[in-house]
Design a binder for this molecule. Sequence first.
Ligand SMILES: [Zn+2]
Length: 133
Amino acid sequence: MNEVETVSTELEELLEAIPSPPQEVIVCKLCRHRLADADLMHDINGKTEHEFTNPFGIVHRFRCYDDAPGCKIQGSREAADTWFLGYTWRICTCGKCDTFLGWLFEANDSFFGLLISKTAQENLRADSGTAAS
Ligand SMILES: [Zn+2]
């Protein structure tokens, strides 16, 4: 085996040793309950992150997701004070600890808006203490 082949074999072995990309998940900040996969993030009006002020002057920053199976949906559909034209909203809470997390927006399609301050992104394979906070 010549030198070039040796190097390329070593490179292949190195590449095989690199683990596949870690799975990022969105969890409840309070109880770490898994809410959604990070790759379910959803573009609304060209952005995944939105900031709105409610009628009480409280600023809400949230990210949008196609689905959030770990959330519980509460109450009936509301059309008043919606932030997205044509969409109704319902409250969504943590499926485990019931913390208020955001909203499910529904029209012909639907998406979740989860509050950035109430959620965290975690690496599912982070068992070595290197989890992003
Ligand atoms: Zn929770």
